[in-house]
Design a protein around this ligand. Structure first.
Ligand code: ADP
Length: 298
């Protein structure tokens, strides 16, 4: 099974013609309340693709909590280890987005996500996970405790990026950064974005396997002991790439849990993530396994 330890947020997405400046008021044209948070997005993607996905996290004791749990359950995710946190709000993100071009601003309030403790992850679904999938929107000491507590394959999406202790990186089996995250971790802020240059950065950062997502270019597979390869995505009509990286991580974990080798799992994840860009929002177009297989077989 796949167990995700991570964040749950409620996203308030407001459509504006132009982002406001400091101290300025602008009038928006639409508002939507959407389930989000990297952890819950990744769990939802995995839940749509296969059975036995568990989420470990915290929500508040507010109306948003129920909406987050319902959205996950709707994707087939087991939420028995998502706890309510008295006195804390459910995590949230407020996101004004420009109608044309999609440029945005994001204000995140971690809320209950910040209250996830090492004790919270000392649970059966973490111990027994086939794949343990984590991000960095919950406290780092909790991420470390979960990694220490599992017997499964550890997949870490280092987002949002922060400096990571070498002992943690050494226990990660598959590190999945996008290009900006890889650059943040490597301390090389910009420069050559050729596959060869990115492979060198990936090998410098990760001790296990590294998979670098590259948006419309697909993903770069950098196995710990073997040649790198670039996996291109299938052609799709991308309309909204929000959450594509989250779908990628969920799909990669789902495939690894079902026994795929790294290259096959990345091919599956690239295909699922491409499909996820064909609808709005982070969870608006999450594919099921049949849809991914159909595109893989074409
Ligand atoms: P993030 O969402 O973290 O910024 P990326 O932009 O790298 O991550 O996207 C993650 C994955 O989603 C890519 O590796 C690719 O498989 C898929 N993807 C993203 N954008 C596109 C696109 N325009 N067309 C096809 N696939 C895409």
């Amino acid at each position: 099974s796949v167990t995700v330890v991570g964040s749950l947020n409620e996203d308030l997405v407001v459509t504006v013609d132009r982002l406001p400046g400091r101290g300025e008021t602008v009038v928006g044209s639409a508002v939507a309340l959407l389930p989000g948070g990297k952890g819950a997005n990744q769990a939802s993607a995995a839940g749509r693709l296969g059975r036995g996905v568990h989420m470990v996290g915290r929500v508040g004791d507010d109306p948003a909590a129920g909406r987050q749990l319902a959205a996950l359950a709707d994707c087939g995710v087991n939420v028995g280890r998502v706890q309510r946190t008295p006195g804390a709000p459910t995590g949230s993100a407020t996101i004004p987005v420009e109608a044309r071009g999609g440029e945005n601003l994001i204000v995140v309030v971690p809320g209950a996500n910040a209250a996830l403790t090492p004790a919270d992850v000392d649970v059966e679904s973490v111990h027994r996970a086939g794949v343990l999938l984590l991000q960095l929107e919950t406290p780092l000491e909790t991420v470390r405790a979960a990694v220490a507590a599992t017997g499964g394959t550890v997949v870490l999406n280092p987002a949002p990026p922060q400096p990571l202790p070498a002992e943690l990186l050494a226990e990660v089996d598959v590190l999945v950064p996008n290009e900006p995250e890889l650059r943040a971790l490597s301390g090389v802020p910009d420069g050559d974005d050729s596959p060869a240059a990115l492979v060198a950065l990936a090998r410098a950062v990760g001790s296990g396997d590294v998979v670098v997502t590259l948006g419309g270019r697909g993903a770069l597979v950098v196995p710990a002991g073997g040649p790198a390869l670039l996996q291109a995505p299938p052609p799709v009509d991308a309309v909204d790439t929000t959450g594509a990286g989250d779908c990628f991580c969920g799909a990669l974990s789902s495939a690894l849990d079902r026994g795929a080798d790294l290259a096959a799992a990345v091919r599956y994840a690239v295909t699922a993530a491409a499909l996820s860009t064909t609808g709005p929002g982070a969870r608006g177009a999450l594919p099921d396994d049949d849809a991914v297989q159909a595109l893989l077989d074409r």
